[in-house]
Design a binder for this molecule. Structure first.
Ligand code: 6PG
Length: 504
C-alpha cells in the first residue's frame, strides 16, 4: 500500500518524528541520502515492534520516495536550516513533485526564508512549514508543533500532526506524559494548531526560542547567586530547584536544571556541572529574536540580555585575563541566617522576570503580526506551548487564561492576574537584584526585566531630555506636552533669542 506521508532527513528529529507517526498508525516512507540512517529507522522500528513487519518503508532515492507516497503527497523535510532546505526542494522538483503536493519544512528555519520559499515554489508544490519544539524526546513521544502556510495543506496534515503532538489534560492544563513506544497518548488537547500564513509559524518558534534563552539565563542567574553568594553546593541548589518546581515556577527547564546539578562526573567524582566549561554555544535563534525586536522597535531586553550573556560567556580566555586585573566590590556575603531570605528573593526575582520575558515575547509577536499582516491567536499559541516544547510550564496556562479573558491584551503585564502577581512579589525581585549588584554578581536578565517593568509602568520617562538633545545638535524637532501629537517644534538653541518654531 502507498504511504500516508514521506520523510526526507532521518537525523535525530526526522527519525523520532517518523517513529511517532508510525506509532499513531500512519505508514511512513523514509529517505535519507545516508542509507545507513534509513536502515537505522527500519531496525529501530522492528526492535520496538518486536516484529519483522516494519511500519516504515525505506526509500533509495527521491524518485522512490515520491513513488511510495499516496497523492496528493505530503513530504516532510527534517534537514538543517538554510541551504539544505532549498537543495532538497530542488531534488524533489527534479524527481517529479507536483503542484498539488506539499513540502513541509520542520527545521529551525529563519522565518523570512520560509516566506521567500513559499513564493519561490508557488506553482511547483505547496511549501508549508511546521516548526517543532521538544528535542528528541518530544519528537518521538509528543512535540509542540507550530504549523503555518496554505490552509489547504493544513487541512490535509492536521489529523497527522494532532495525532503525534504532545497532549494537555484539559482539566489541569498540564502535559499528559507517556514515553512508551507503540503506546501513544491519544486523549487530551493536542499541542498543534494552525498559526497563520507562511513564515508565521517559524516566527512564533523563533520567539519561543528567544523566551527559551531568557528562561534558561534567568535560572542560571539564580544559580549564580546561590553558588557564589550563598556558597551552596550543586546538590543543595538542586534541592531548591526541586522545591520551586512544586509551585508557580513548575517547568521543564527548572526540572532539568535540578537534574543537571545532581549529576556526578564519573571521571573526577565531582559534580558534573563543576566540570562543564562555562562557555555557552548558540545556533542563532535567540539572536534572530533579539534582532527582530530591534528591527520592529518592540522592546525585548530580557531576551536580548540572555543572548549577550551567552556571548559574554564565550569570551572565556579574555575573562580569565580580566579576572586578574579588574576589581569587584567588597560586598558583605549574606549570613547563614539571611540565606533563606535570599533564596526566597531569588524565587520571586525569577518568577517576576519570567513574566516580563514572556510579556516581551508576546508583545514582539504582536508587533510582527501587525508588520506582516498576520492574525495571531495568542491564547492558542500559549496553549500549544503548555506541553511538548522546551519552555513548557504550568505558567503557560495562566498566559492562556489571560488571552482568553482579553484577546486584544496590549501587554501581558496588564492582565489582572499578572498585575497582582508582580505587585505581590516585586519587593523581593528588587532586593534580589540589589543584593546581587552589591556583591558584584551579574544578573543582566533579572535586571533588564525589572527595567522593562519599571519603564513600561512609568507615565513619564526621561525621553523629553533626549528629544531636547536631538533637537539641540541635529534640529530633529520635538513634540510639546501641551500641543497635539505629531505637531513638531524646533528651538534655535545657542542663539540669544532661543526662538521656538512650529515646524511644517
Ligand atoms: C526546541 C529547541 C531546539 C534547539 C534550539 C536551541 O524548541 O526544541 O529550541 O530548537 O535546542 O536550536 O539551540 P541553541 O541553544 O543551540 O541556540
Amino acid at each position: 500500500a502507498l504511504c500516508d506521508i514521506g520523510f526526507v532527513g532521518l537525523g535525530v528529529m526526522g527519525k523520532s518524528l517518523t517513529l511517532n507517526l508510525a506509532d499513531n498508525g500512519y505508514q511512513v516512507a523514509a529517505f535519507d541520502l545516508d542509507q545507513g540512517k534509513v536502515e537505522g529507522v527500519l531496525a529501530q522500528d522492528r526492535l520496538e515492534n518486536k516484529t519483522d513487519a516494519t511500519r516504515v518503508q525505506g526509500c533509495e532515492s527521491f524518485v522512490d520516495l515520491l513513488a511510495k507516497v499516496k497523492a496528493p503527497r505530503t513530504i516532510v523535510l527534517s534537514v538543517p536550516a538554510g541551504a539544505p532546505v532549498d537543495s532538497v526542494c530542488r531534488k524533489l522538483i527534479e524527481a517529479g513533485i507536483g503542484p498539488d503536493d506539499t513540502v513541509v519544512d520542520t527545521g529551525n528555519s529563519l522565518w523570512s526564508d520560509t516566506v521567500r520559499r513559499e513564493k519561490m515554489y508557488d506553482g511547483l508544490f505547496m511549501f508549508f512549514s511546521t516548526a517543532v519544539s521538544g528535542g528528541e524526546q518530544g519528537a518521538r513521544f509528543g512535540p509542540s508543533l507550530m504549523p503555518s502556510g496554505d490552509r489547504r495543506a493544513w487541512e490535509r496534515i492536521k489529523p497527522m500532526w494532532q495525532a503525534i503532538a504532545a497532549k494537555v489534560d484539559p482539566k489541569t492544563g498540564k502535559p499528559i506524559e507517556r514515553a512508551e513506544p507503540g503506546n501513544p497518548v491519544t486523549e487530551g488537547e493536542p499541542c498543534a494548531e494552525y498559526i497563520g500564513p507562511n513564515g508565521a509559524g517559524h516566527y512564533v518558534k523563533m520567539v519561543h526560542n528567544g523566551i527559551e534563552y531568557a528562561d534558561m539565563q534567568l535560572i542560571c542567574e539564580a544559580y549564580h547567586v546561590m553558588r557564589d553568594a550563598l556558597q551552596m553546593s550543586p546538590k543543595e541548589i538542586a534541592a531548591v530547584f526541586r522545591e520551586w518546581n512544586q509551585g508557580v515556577l513548575d517547568s521543564y527547564l527548572i526540572e532539568i536544571s535540578a537534574e543537571v546539578l545532581e549529576e556526578m562526573d564519573s571521571a573526577t567524582d565531582a559534580p558534573l556541572v563543576d566540570v562543564i566549561l562555562d562557555r555557552a554555544g548558540q545556533k542563532g535563534t535567540g539572536m534572530w529574536t533579539a534582532m527582530s525586536s530591534l528591527e520592529l522597535a518592540s522592546p525585548a531586553p530580557t531576551i536580548t540580555a540572555a543572548v549577550y550573556a551567552r556571548a559574554m560567556s564565550a569570551l572565556k580566555s579574555e575573562r580569565v585575563h580580566a579576572a586578574c586585573i579588574l576589581l569587584g566590590p567588597q560586598g558583605e556575603k549574606p549570613s547563614e541566617a539571611e540565606k533563606a531570605a535570599t533564596i526566597a528573593q531569588l524565587h520571586d526575582a525569577l518568577y517576576c522576570s519570567k513574566i516580563c520575558a514572556y510579556a516581551q515575547g508576546f508583545q514582539l509577536m504582536a508587533s510582527a503580526a501587525r508588520a506582516n499582516g498576520w492574525t495571531l491567536d495568542f491564547a492558542a499559541i500559549a496553549k500549544i506551548w503548555r506541553a511538548g516544547c522546551i519552555i513548557r510550564a504550568v505558567f503557560l496556562q495562566k498566559i492562556t487564561d489571560a488571552y482568553v479573558r482579553n484577546e486584544d491584551l496590549a501587554n501581558l503585564l496588564l492582565d489582572p492576574f499578572f498585575v497582582d502577581e508582580i505587585a505581590t512579589h516585586q519587593m523581593n525581585w528588587r532586593k534580589a537584584i540589589a543584593n546581587a549588584t552589591v556583591l558584584g554578581i551579574p544578573c543582566g536578565a533579572f535586571s533588564s526585566a525589572l527595567a522593562y517593568y519599571d519603564s513600561y509602568r512609568l507615565e513619564t520617562l526621561p525621553a523629553n531630555l533626549l528629544q531636547g538633545q536631538r533637537d539641540y545638535f541635529g534640529a530633529h524637532t520635538f513634540e510639546r506636552t501641551d500641543a497635539p501629537a505629531g505637531e513638531m517644534y524646533h528651538v534655535e538653541w545657542g542663539t540669544a533669542e532661543r526662538a521656538m518654531h512650529k515646524m511644517g
